[in-house]
Design a protein around this ligand. Structure first.
Ligand SMILES: Cc1cc2nc3c(=O)[nH]c(=O)nc-3n(C[C@H](O)[C@H](O)[C@H](O)COP(=O)(O)OP(=O)(O)OC[C@H]3O[C@@H](n4cnc5c(N)ncnc54)[C@H](O)[C@@H]3O)c2cc1C
Ligand SMILES: *[C@@H]1O[C@H](CO)[C@@H](O)[C@H](O)[C@H]1NC(C)=O
Ligand SMILES: *[C@@H]1O[C@H](CO)[C@@H](O)[C@H](O)[C@H]1NC(C)=O
Ligand SMILES: *[C@@H]1O[C@H](CO)[C@@H](O)[C@H](O)[C@H]1NC(C)=O
Ligand SMILES: *[C@@H]1O[C@H](CO)[C@@H](O)[C@H](O)[C@H]1NC(C)=O
Ligand SMILES: *[C@@H]1O[C@H](CO)[C@@H](O)[C@H](O)[C@H]1NC(C)=O
Ligand SMILES: *[C@@H]1O[C@H](CO)[C@@H](O)[C@H](O)[C@H]1NC(C)=O
Ligand SMILES: *[C@@H]1O[C@H](CO)[C@@H](O)[C@H](O)[C@H]1NC(C)=O
Ligand SMILES: *[C@@H]1O[C@H](CO)[C@@H](O)[C@H](O)[C@H]1NC(C)=O
Ligand SMILES: *[C@@H]1O[C@H](CO)[C@@H](O)[C@H](O)[C@H]1NC(C)=O
Ligand SMILES: *[C@@H]1O[C@H](CO)[C@@H](O)[C@H](O)[C@H]1NC(C)=O
Ligand SMILES: *[C@@H]1O[C@H](CO)[C@@H](O)[C@H](O)[C@H]1NC(C)=O
Ligand SMILES: *[C@@H]1O[C@H](CO)[C@@H](O)[C@H](O)[C@H]1NC(C)=O
Length: 628
């Protein structure tokens, strides 16, 4: 039997030190570790200048940049987990590491997202790095620079690694970034000259048949922050449960994806991935490791479910809701202006068909399904005019094939009525969805490296007759006159289906039935002027989508880094509350990402006009002062 003081001590330890999901979280930074080492001290220690007044973060070449000996000592405290990253394209440029064969191989696999997710620093939306070391065969008179790449990467496999990186960066006034998979479209997982925490190897998983926290009792799973969708597919395929996972197989589920929202085939049925979170383990800006759930640190429990990745702390693991094995039926539909099947319908009939589809959208969402569609303009050979193709996949959870087909029949009938004679669709029944939409979908260069924008249209845009026409008109103009591909996703993660309503999820998500997305359609490479001119043209056609949905928002994870009025667009009325949490939890401005909460005080001074990450991170006030 324990004596009372020992019981109290154990309680104290279990609450404050030993609360964790996985063994890698039991390895933590202690007060003893940091004694006599001001570089890695916690902010409440005797040493460590935690607040810096400097106008910029500290960079290599600055007098305050840590000496080689300090980096070496830091690496020693990390047990050797410090990496000096090298751009993937370096093998293509003249110098000691030039290698024609490796260059050719890199070029071939450069559009493969796995190449970037498995690399400590590289990202999928390459252009945000600054395009400073693209692989290419002929690099005559071209140079490779480290541009937007971080100076060092901590290959985190324990909580202690994360705490060390946080304390070291804060004390030395370094820019700190977090990279999980590097899928982010806004440049949030790269940063020139930064110290990066790479969470990719935090991969543990454990299914919990029953779990209780706050109001929730039921199935759950412990999940490591580095898990990718394909990892979750593997666990689901072999287990007796469903969890909500990203549609893209290499996307990380519990980093930026979950923290910024995270939509999937189950969004209308179970809510966003942020809505699945029951509890989190987090390293905060002061280097402390804490539990975040309805009973502990409720400010962060609010902020980390929807308030965005890379801003409030480093998540090392979470506990998320799980469900009984959930079947899903898919019904693909297609019509276009050139196939024999649809009797070469005119453009006007094609757009009538688009109207018809959108008249069925609220019905799809109310049935807890989603629609996943594209309107593509295409140039066929031997034709001078543009053709148009509409494809959609209705994804209908908990319906069998017969039910799904019956559900789609009124839509097909309405299309027939306007003269679009598509054949009777075939419904595909999947008895256990494993989340991934297209298995083997590694190739993502165009989608991943092209600038894009999104708008979360509320229900009234499709229900109000005037607004309906106005909405369809701007979509048509975007595709027909702009020549851009439109990607619509119809889902409806209302508070009713999502549970735990007090989260930072963009309020626009709760009302939406149409996530409207458009791409510039080509990789964002070229000179800064080319990037800017192309973007200006794109914006000319996207802005009307914003204008026709005043007060709505955009999805921060699939967005334009130059989104106007981004605080309103990405966070809605939650912004002031999020900003006060940010100021309280991170008074050091340690965690900074473009368009993140509190980011307006800082800017990246990149050489080009485009918002890329190949420059120093400096305070905005100072830059204003210096401008004439
Ligand atoms: C091919 C492709 C398919 C996509 N499909 C979908 C989709 O189906 N649904 C959808 O909603 N979105 C989708 N997205 C967008 C996706 O939500 C974002 O790219 C998201 O940022 C990815 O998060 P990540 O952690 O994998 O990426 P990263 O780029 O590594 O991280 C994104 C942000 O989160 C932060 N972060 C990462 N890990 C942590 C952590 N452990 N703690 C704190 N902050 C962290 C980073 O600092 C960064 O700010 C897709 C993107 C691509 C390129
Ligand atoms: C820190 O330094 C003091 C004084 O030099 C010494 O007494 C103490 O043992 C040191 N602590 C550790 C953990 O090394
Ligand atoms: C920050 O600036 C103020 C005013 O200039 C100064 O008094 C203070 O010492 C500075 N703090 C640090 C840590 O440099
Ligand atoms: C860190 O230490 C490990 C092991 O000693 C070594 O392999 C690695 O190169 C070091 N990292 C850096 C950036 O020097
Ligand atoms: C992408 O790269 C991964 C990892 O190297 C590989 O397994 C996969 O087959 C590649 N995909 C394609 C389409 O080449
Ligand atoms: C490589 O590029 C240089 C400079 O742009 C050009 O002059 C040269 O002809 C190119 N070489 C080949 C083999 O294409
Ligand atoms: C490469 O640069 C050198 C020096 O500036 C110049 O003399 C040469 O003509 C350039 N070569 C090509 C192919 O552009
Ligand atoms: C990261 O660390 C893991 C675990 O130690 C190791 O297996 C892996 O090779 C490391 N990755 C890199 C790129 O160093
Ligand atoms: C799987 O879960 C269901 C309930 O969702 C249960 O009825 C069934 O017995 C379980 N099957 C196995 C093999 O555990
Ligand atoms: C056209 O009809 C044929 C035969 O019914 C079918 O196999 C094909 O998939 C249809 N194509 C389109 C685009 O619907
Ligand atoms: C395409 O346009 C050219 C020039 O305007 C014209 O000569 C040609 O006949 C057109 N071809 C078709 C298939 O309409
Ligand atoms: C589909 O579900 C219905 C009940 O809604 C049932 O009558 C029918 O037998 C099921 N069909 C199949 C193929 O399982
Ligand atoms: C919407 O447009 C259709 C034709 O495209 C027209 O018949 C209908 O009257 C319009 N509705 C409103 C409310 O203007």
């Amino acid at each position: 039997m324990c004596s009372l003081p020992i019981v109290l001590l154990l309680l104290h330890l279990s609450r404050n030190v030993y609360a964790f999901n996985f063994p890698y979280e039991s390895i933590q930074l202690t007060e003893t570790d940091v004694q006599n080492h001001s570089e890695i001290a916690f902010p409440d220690q005797f040493h460590g200048p935690s607040f810096s007044n400097a106008s910029c973060k500290t960079y290599a070449g600055d007098t305050n940049w840590p000496s080689p000996e300090k980096w070496e000592a830091f690496n020693a405290t990390l047990g050797g987990a410090l990496i000096k990253p090298v751009p993937l394209g370096l093998v293509c440029y003249s110098g000691p590491t030039y290698d024609a064969q490796k260059c050719a191989a890199t070029l071939v696999s450069f559009s493969n997202s796995s190449l970037h997710t498995n690399d400590p620093a590289s990202i999928v939306a390459q252009w945000l790095e600054g395009n400073t070391c693209l692989p290419m065969l002929n690099t005559t008179n071209k140079t490779c620079t480290t541009g937007g790449y971080p100076a060092y990467v901590v290959n985190a496999t324990t909580v202690k690694h994360v705490q060390l990186a946080v304390n070291f960066a804060r004390n030395a006034n370094l820019r700190l970034i977090i990279k999980n998979t590097g899928h982010d479209f806004l440049g949030k997982s790269i940063g020139g000259g930064a110290l990066s925490i790479w969470t990719h190897n935090l991969k543990a998983f454990e299914y919990l048949p029953s779990f209780q926290v706050g109001d929730y009792t039921g199935r759950a799973a412990r999940v490591g922050a580095g898990l990718q969708s394909f990892d979750l597919s593997g666990y689901m395929a072999n287990g007796n449960f469903t969890i909500v996972a990203p549609g893209g197989s290499t996307v990380g589920a519990y980093g930026g994806f979950a923290q910024g929202g995270g939509h999937s085939g189950f969004t209308s049925m179970y809510g966003l991935v942020a809505d699945q979170i029951l509890s989190l383990q987090v390293v905060t800006a002061d280097g402390k490791f804490i539990t975040v759930d309805p009973d502990n640190n409720d400010d962060l429990f609010f902020a980390l479910r929807g308030g965005g990745g890379g801003v409030f702390g480093v998540v090392t693991s979470a506990i998320v809701k799980a469900y009984p094995v959930t079947p899903i039926s898919l019904v693909p539909l297609e019509f276009d202006t050139f196939s024999r099947n649809t009797s070469r319908i005119s453009n006007d009939i094609f757009w009538k068909g688009i109207d018809v589809y959108h008249k069925h959208v609220t019905r799809i969402c109310d049935a807890k399904g989603i629609g996943y569609n594209f309107i593509r303009p295409i140039k066929l050979p031997f034709s001078n005019s543009t053709s148009y193709v509409f494809t959609t996949s209705l994804e209908l959870p908990k319906m069998n094939a017969t039910e799904a087909l019956a559900f789609a029949t009124p839509l097909v009938a309405d299309l027939n009525k306007v003269g679009i004679n598509i054949p009777t669709p075939i419904a595909v029944y999947i008895s256990r969805s494993v989340g991934v939409r297209y298995p083997g979908d590694d190739i993502s260069n165009i989608v991943g490296n092209s600038r894009l924008a999104t708008r979360l249209f509320p229900r009234e845009n499709l229900e109000d007759p005037d607004l309906f026409n106005a909405t369809m008109k701007v979509i048509r103009s975007l595709v027909e006159e702009g020549g851009y591909t439109f990607h619509g996703i119809n889902y409806s993660p209302t508070e009713e289906v999502s549970g735990y309503p007090d989260s930072a999820i963009n309020p626009a998500f709760r009302k939406t039935v149409l996530h409207a997305e458009a791409y510039e359609g080509v990789p964002a490479t070229g000179t800064p002027d080319v990037i800017t001119t192309r973007h200006d043209r794109f914006n000319q056609y996207f802005q009307p989508l914003r204008d026709v949905s005043p007060g709505a928002g955009s999805y921060m994870n699939e967005a334009d880094v130059s989104e106007p009025d981004w605080q309103q667009s990405f966070y809605g009325y939650h912004y002031p509350r999020l900003l006060s949490i940010k100021k309280r939890r991170d008074p050091y401005d340690l965690f900074w990402v473009p368009t993140g909460v509190g980011s307006e005080g800082w800017e990246v001074r990149a050489p080009g006009a485009a918002p890329q990450q190949d420059g120093k991170l400096c305070r905005v006030a100072d830059s204003l002062k210096r401008k004439p």
